[in-house]
Design a protein around this ligand. Structure first.
Ligand code: NAD
Length: 670
């Protein structure tokens, strides 16, 4: 069934519900949004409208605000003490229901009993609960196998992750259908196989925040000392106390309290409770751990680098690693999903288990033992899985194996990029995840240097370029643009163009893996690769026009060569972003793959190319790239010249003999 024929009912139009309804309408579903009265519904609709207008301004909507809004129909959900007829009718039509009412078990149970009774048997019924057991929410329903947790993050329209939680009686088909539905909303999913309190993200966050807080409560460190380690050493987007203030101390306090009530063992930090009782909740009240200009007025707290050194980064992450190890050992989630959840749900540049491997499992265990003694928190006893790894000598990167395998892999970290050689492939990762990998002069310099190295590295037969964190690259770093004069900008533009030419002219094939955003300079860089593979939720565009300028790193030249002048003009002149599928239709990307298969698909394409004869690959690339710039006559001549030249290579002899002998050729590039 097409999405526009499918019906989503969102019950609860508060913080989460209105956002989920907006998201479903943007994705093309017919949406019923239910809440207890008209006033709340009207206010939810105006919040949605405001948000849609903002998205439209940023070029992130393909349809008009009114068209999207017209898909949402408000429904008053109760009549007296009972659920209303209108809600019943909406539920009869529903393919999916998402519940986002307050965190009260009896209320949710009553709603699910009702929805289970009145909706069609194929409908999926999902709860967005943060802390209640899915199994208990489903307990009054006759068909609990179709009840599932879908934990969105705030704000749902922007946060890329949904945790899919399996209750004790949820069927595998329901889990799969919920994941497909989340993906159809443009989200990435992780699977929580057992209904544990706090799922993945809140459990890890809970350990992380609580540890930082306990260090301060015990007088071991100051607030800023904890936060500077989080920001400057671990590279996180915000410090522990900064984040608590930003999101609301009450939000964390109440979620963690509910998790503790359900058996999440932790020695709770008193400072959160004190702030909660004093109604110093952070940005929203104008004061939390830091002070702000007024209620709801945000200025970023100044966290000084001078405070570094007092708090070891392993102290801050060890309890989170311990929690992750517990989740993995108990079959709640896979190593990959734990790390994905942390990267997408908390915006960490690296997964918690990747960090464990970086710092070393031995250092993590040592930090846990120190913390346990100093903080008096029994839950910090190192998990059996960590002890096992320690005994086996699987300490992480330094021993070639930890949570991940590093054997045969060589890595080099520059300031803005990461180079990984995994013979015969090289991975170049744009590595400024907190800035959506925006491209700086330093990055251009480092890319240029690395491309040169790879061109001469005989182990490498194919190159992949990708982005770290949530995007490929959101473009050139424009923060320096306003102060610069035209001549400096000209130099930057020329340097960037030279880099794109260097990439295009490499003798080795370059595959670009696009996820999140490839915008402006990011797309221009991507267009200089030979093959582009995008993930389903990627967005591409040349939005420069919205800032008053035009693409300056080849966009006005390569884009028309790839998609034709008319389409290029539309993209460049409107500045609109397009989703990956549309980019695929116009040939701007070769292929679109599910988000969680991007790495695998890119790797297998690179491996395939790496088996081909290198000289012929280079000639094929040159014949096309240079041929297209010249007349047909000259292009054909170029083709013949390169074609015949290949008959001087050993690889042609190998290729032809292997063909005759019916075996796989082994090309040497000679
Ligand atoms: P909220 O208080 O902002 O919104 C809840 C809405 O439900 C209110 O508008 C309320 O009027 C409505 N409601 C109450 N009874 C109802 C009924 N019988 N029928 C229809 N609507 C009814 O709460 P929220 O922050 O949006 O949280 C909703 C759910 O999402 C909770 O389970 C919460 O744990 C979960 N959650 C919240 C966040 C977050 O950051 N706020 C994140 C993830 C999950």
């Amino acid at each position: 069934m097409a999405i526009m024929d499918r019906v989503v009912v969102v019950v609860g139009a508060g913080t989460m519900g209105h956002g989920i309804a907006e998201l479903a309408a943007i994705s093309g579903y017919k949406v019923y949004l239910a809440d207890i009265n008209r006033e709340i519904l009207n206010s939810a609709l105006s919040r949605i409208k405001w948000s849609l207008e903002k998205l439209k301004e940023k070029g992130r909507l393909r349809e008009g605000v009114e068209t999207i809004l017209s898909r949402i129909e408000p429904v008053v959900s109760i009549e007296g003490e009972e659920f209303s007829k209108d809600l019943e009718e909406a539920l009869r039509e529903a393919d999916v229901m998402i519940e986002a009412v307050p965190e009260i078990l009896e209320l949710k149970q009553k709603l699910f009993e009702f929805a289970d009774r009145v909706s069609k048997s194929t409908a999926i019924l999902a709860t967005n609960t943060s802390s209640l057991p899915i199994t208990e929410i489903a307990s009054a329903a006759k068909k609990p196998e179709r009840i599932v947790g879908m934990h969105f993050f705030n704000p749902p329209v922007l946060m890329p992750l949904v945790e899919i939680i399996k209750g004790e009686r949820t069927s595998d088909e329901t889990v799969k259908a919920a994941a497909d539905f989340a993906r159809s909303l443009g989200k990435q999913v992780v699977f929580v196989e057992k209904d544990v309190p706090g799922f993945i993200v809140n459990r890890i966050l809970g350990r992380f925040l609580n540890t930082g807080c306990l260090l301060v409560e015990k007088g071991i460190a100051g607030i800023e000392e904890v936060d500077s380690t989080a920001v400057y050493e671990l590279g996180l987007p915000m410090g522990i106390f900064e984040l608590s203030d930003y999101s609301g101390i009450d939000v964390f306090y109440l979620v963690f309290k509910a998790m503790s009530g359900r058996g999440f063992k932790v020695r709770p930090c008193r400072l959160f409770e004190e702030k909660y009782n004093a109604k110093e909740l952070g940005v929203k009240t104008g004061k939390g751990f830091y002070s702000y200009p007024g209620p709801g007025k945000y200025t970023k707290p100044a966290i000084s680098k001078d405070k570094l050194g007092k708090v070891s980064p392993t102290w801050l992450i060890a309890p989170a690693v311990n929690e992750a190890a517990w989740l993995v050992r108990n079959g709640v989630a896979t190593i990959e999903d734990v790390d994905k959840a942390v990267k997408l749900g908390l915006n960490w540049p690296k997964g918690v288990l990747e960090l464990a491997d970086d710092y070393g499992i031995d250092s993590i265990v040592k930090a846990l033992e120190e913390l346990k003694a100093r903080l008096g928190d029994e839950s910090l006893e190192p998990d059996i899985l960590l002890r096992e790894k320690l005994n086996k000598g699987e300490l992480g990167r330094k021993t070639g194996k930890g949570f991940y395998n590093y054997e045969g892999i060589e890595e080099k970290r520059l300031e803005t990029i990461l180079l990984k050689i995994e013979k015969p492939i090289a991975w170049i990762t744009l590595n400024r995840p907190n800035k959506l990998n925006s491209i700086t002069p330093k990055m251009l310099e480092e890319l240029s240097q690395v491309l040169e190295e790879l061109e001469n590295d005989e182990r490498v037969r194919a190159i992949i370029v990708k982005g770290a964190g949530r995007a490929f690259s959101a473009g050139a770093d424009v923060t320096s643009f306003t102060a610069a004069n035209p001549i400096e900008i000209l130099k930057f533009s020329r340097r960037f163009q030279e880099l794109t030419l260097k990439m295009q002219r490499l003798t080795k094939p370059v595959i670009v893996a696009i996820h999140g955003y490839a915008l402006g300079g990011g797309l221009e860089l991507a267009m200089s690769g030979d093959i582009r593979i995008a993930s389903e939720t990627a967005m591409l565009g040349q939005p420069e026009i919205n800032l008053g300028f035009i693409p300056g790193a080849g966009g006005t030249q390569r884009l028309p060569r790839i998609v034709g002048p008319a389409r290029a003009k539309e993209l460049i002149m409107t500045g609109d972003m397009i989703p990956a599928r549309e980019a695929e239709k116009m040939g701007l990307v070769n292929r679109v793959v599910p988000d969680d298969r991007l790495e695998e698909e890119t790797r297998s394409t690179a491996l395939k190319l790496a088996e081909k004869p290198p000289i012929a690959l280079a000639y094929a690339k040159y014949a096309i790239d240079y041929g297209i710039e010249t007349t047909l006559d000259n292009g054909l001549l170029l083709e013949s010249a390169l074609f015949s030249l290949l008959f001087t290579t050993e690889d042609v002899i190998e290729g032809v003999s292997a063909f005759v002998e019916k075996r796989k050729p082994v090309f040497k590039g000679k």
